[in-house]
Design a protein around this ligand. Structure first.
Ligand SMILES: Nc1nc2c(ncn2[C@@H]2O[C@H](COP(=O)(O)OP(=O)(O)OP(=O)(O)O)[C@@H](O)[C@H]2O)c(=O)[nH]1
Ligand SMILES: [Zn+2]
Length: 357
């Protein structure tokens, strides 16, 4: 029997829940419901859940809209799973990859009675595990031992809470852009992603620092993808900081605007079917931007900065920093890396996401 401080805290159980969902294990919500990610479920676990009672599939209203399923719960829909439905049926609802090839998926019966808060927490959990936002639910009288347990309140509050970051390590790394580079690694207290800060020179903490919040883009930053402008933005930001002799670039591990690389590649393949970057996210069931923008403000403060000259074309980043205690004295545009492959992408960001072209 674990006692006192050796017991996992709600935040620790939340992080376990993410790992369990990624492995295909259900988690117990409010002691009443088992929730599993459709994406990672296997046939044996599906059969075990089905043996417990009628199954419900929770999806977001974005996904429901594409599937023409009636939405009674605002931001989500609860589809009643027919007894004949197998794993492929569930996966076809979760994953839009074959929507165009097999458009006739319904009609679906969606639940309108009872409270949707357990379903909502389940969707939030699978999303925060960077899985497709589709959660299979079954009600239970006695939840099996050994599964991770959370109340809906613990899950929702845990995901809404702002992480606190501690510096882990830092070292000098001479860069092409500046020999006076220093890389800092920060670790959150909630078991989530680490993020990095690249400090150039020795910026004066009493003056506005030339800063960039850069969200990870494996394809753009590492591979030199022409589908976006991330790689050239990363290079140009560091170069400008090198030329100015001082600056700070936060490299935030929020791949794919927070949906993760696997989902970003799903979004790219929808873009190949003709959908734009925003529509692709929505068809997958995500918001167009799932990033937690508070992280950037927290890290800047942790590094001792309170005023910035922010390199960005995204007014939302400016507004977020302002509302979280970082003064943005100037927005410095960062317009580089346009190509014929990303012209539509950049135009969509300007038209739909408020970016300044
Ligand atoms: N979901 C999704 N993410 C994408 C796509 N293209 C690029 N990204 C991600 O978008 C993010 C771009 O981040 P940033 O360049 O920091 O942010 P921004 O909002 O474009 O703002 P600024 O560049 O500062 O003007 C990265 O996480 C990329 O991985 C896409 O088509 N779909
Ligand atoms: Zn990119």
């Amino acid at each position: 029997m674990m006692t006192g401080s050796l017991c996992p805290s709600p935040a620790e159980r939340l992080n376990r829940a993410r790992a369990d969902l990624r492995m295909g294990l259900p988690v117990v919500l409010d002691e009443t419901t088992l929730a599993a990610s459709v994406e990672s479920l296997d046939p044996a676990r599906l059969a075990a859940m089905r043996a417990l009672g009628p199954l419900t599939l929770a999806i977001t209203s974005w996904r429901a809209e594409t599937l023409k399923a009636r939405v009674y719960d605002g931001d989500l829909a609860r589809i009643m799973v027919p007894e004949s439905a197998d794993l492929r049926w569930l996966q076809a609802i979760a994953d839009p990859a074959d929507d165009l090839a097999t458009p006739m998926k319904g009609p679906f019966r969606t639940q309108r009675e009872d409270d949707a808060s357990v379903a909502r927490a389940a969707i939030r959990l699978v999303k925060s595990a960077q899985l497709l936002p589709a959660a299979l639910l079954v009600q239970v009288a006695d939840a099996p031992e050994g599964l991770t347990r959370l109340t809906v309140t613990e899950a929702m509050e845990g995901m809404a809470n702002e992480a606190r970051f501690a510096p882990v390590s830092a070292a000098r790394v001479p860069l092409r852009a500046s020999e006076a580079g220093r890389v800092h690694v920060f670790r959150p207290d909630n078991g989530a992603e680490e993020h990095y800060a690249i400090e150039i020179g020795a910026p004066d903490r009493m003056k506005p620092v030339l800063a960039r919040l850069h969200s990870a883009c494996f394809t753009g930053d590492v591979l030199g993808s022409l589908k976006c402008d991330c790689g050239p933005q990363l290079d140009a930001a560091l170069r400008q900081m090198g030329e100015a002799g001082a600056g700070v670039l936060l490299y935030l591990n929020q791949e794919g605007r927070g949906i993760g690389l696997a989902n970003k590649m799903r979004a790219y393949s929808l873009q190949d079917q003709g959908f734009d970057t925003v529509e692709a996210n929505h068809r997958l069931g995500f918001e167009d931007d799932e990033r937690d923008f508070r992280i950037g403000a927290a890290l800047l403060k942790r590094l001792g900065f309170s005023q910035t000259r922010l390199l960005t074309n995204n007014p939302k980043k400016v507004a977020m920093l302002q509302s979280h205690g970082i003064d943005v004295v100037e927005r410095v545009p960062l317009k580089v890396g346009m190509s014929r492959f990303n012209a539509n992408y950049l135009a969509t960001k300007a038209a739909k996401s408020g970016h300044i072209l």
